[in-house]
Design a protein around this ligand. Structure first.
Ligand code: NAD
Ligand code: TYD
Length: 369
């Protein structure tokens, strides 16, 4: 039986990970530690509280006493560390909290793990840091994709804070012998994605009949991975990944932002054409008003320092851990659109919140073309 502490387990990827883990490993214990910041949604974990293997603790990874107490009380031997400030645009608006949570928070977790796991004769354990491909910086078209030995060259405060956290994780492995691993993953999308990131923002804006803001010329490239595939990749790393190693996880799925947005537009047009009842549920959506979804696409002012292209070379995880994503971009995006249509209450409660409205008006009002 495995006993996991999942930090940030009320956020987008953490929720998908916990749900998938408990479904596939019903005898295991998953304790979620999450501060429930604006991005953490307790309701995303609804339905799990009745399971004996599940526990939710609201708390901060920067609180050493809480973390150490939980590790001892729960006899945790695996930490899966998702908790972070994760939105690049917010890191540009206010970098400080990114350093505090992503760097200092990771170091507090590492110290707590070291104190509990390496005391006396020590115990078998694993500290896994869920990181990002953004630590590698920006690629030009035609340049080879990021491998695990690509030098770090982060450009945004978010990416720099994740890079620093990665370095600390490696340092605790080399210096203290903590059994660690790191995965650097490309852009995820799927259920429970907070609607400030490109794909969920565009889906809810389409359903609400609002503009789809595409930064710059829309030709920036991201490498997209369905969130369930990321979670399956993490499970492979936890099962058979070697201590001290890094694994890149990606979907070999490079798309420009305009390709992503126009694909979403086509999908929403098709869904509405096949289900006329959606017109009364979403009267502002373009198909409900006899318009094409693409009519809402707007090129807006670019993000400062906007990385041109990310691309992951996943050869190592493919060969060493026999992991390959199961979901194509078309299938994953269609499932995501469907999820947002079916979980309107989840995103509407976010949209109704003052913090979300304030962020959106601050971020997008001056950018409208
Ligand atoms: P998210 O912003 O949706 O969720 C982050 C979670 O962390 C939230 O539940 C939040 O409440 C919690 N949290 C924040 N500060 C905390 C603190 N001090 N103590 C405890 N909990 C805290 O993020 P996400 O998209 O689910 O990303 C999860 C992790 O995966 C992050 O570390 C991110 O860097 C990494 N990652 C994300 C992507 C992506 O495409 N979303 C890709 C690669 C890597
Ligand atoms: P995002 O979802 O913020 O992820 P990241 O910046 O971590 O890659 O953005 C994905 C891409 O979409 C990125 O190139 C920025 C772009 N983007 C827009 O064009 N418009 C938007 O409103 C947002 C949020 C992002």
């Amino acid at each position: 039986m495995s006993r996991l502490l999942v930090t940030g387990g009320a956020g987008f990827i953490g929720v998908n990970f916990v749900r998938g883990w408990l479904a596939r490993h019903p005898a295991d214990r998953c304790v979620v530690l999450d501060a429930l910041t604006y991005a953490g949604r307790r309701e995303s974990l609804d339905g799990l509280d009745s399971r004996p293997g599940f526990r939710f603790v609201q708390g901060d990874i920067r609180d050493r006493g809480t973390v150490e107490g939980l590790l001892r009380e729960e006899r945790t031997h695996i930490i899966v560390h998702f908790a972070a400030e994760s939105h690049v645009d917010r890191s540009i608006a206010g970098p400080e909290v990114f350093v505090d949570v992503n760097v200092r928070g990771t170091q507090v977790l590492l110290e707590a793990a070291r104190a509990v796991w390496l005391a006396g004769d020590g115990m078998p354990h694993r500290f896994h840091h869920v990181s990002t491909d953004e630590v590698y910086g920006s690629l030009e078209p035609g340049e080879p994709a990021f491998t695990e030995v690509t030098p770090y060259a982060p450009t945004s405060p978010y990416a720099a804070s994740k890079a620093a956290a990665d370095h600390l994780v490696r340092a605790y492995h080399r210096t203290f012998g903590l059994s660690t691993s790191i995965s650097n993953c490309s852009n995820n999308y799927g259920p429970f994605h907070f609607p400030e990131k490109l794909i969920p923002l565009c889906i809810v804006n389409l359903l609400e009949g609002k503009a789809l803001p595409v930064y710059g010329d829309g030709k920036n490239v991201r490498d997209w991975l369905y969130v369930e595939d990321h979670c399956l990749g993490l499970e492979r790393v936890l099962a058979d990944g070697r201590p001290g190693e890094t694994y890149n996880i990606g979907g070999r799925c490079e798309k420009t932002n305009l390709e992503v947005v126009t694909t979403l537009c086509r999908m929403v047009d098709e869904v509405f054409a096949g289900e006329p009842r959606l017109r009364s549920r979403f009267p502002q959506a373009p198909p409900s008003r006899g318009q094409m979804c693409e009519s809402l696409v707007r090129l807006v002012q670019d993000r400062p320092g906007h990385d041109r292209r990310y691309a992951i070379d996943p050869t190592k995880i493919e060969h060493e851990l026999l992991f390959e994503p199961a979901t194509s971009f078309e299938a994953g995006l269609a499932a995501t659109v469907r999820w947002f249509i079916e979980h309107e209450a989840w995103w509407r409660s976010i949209l109704a919140g003052g913090a979300y409205r304030e962020w959106m008006s601050r971020q997008y009002a001056p950018r409208k073309a």
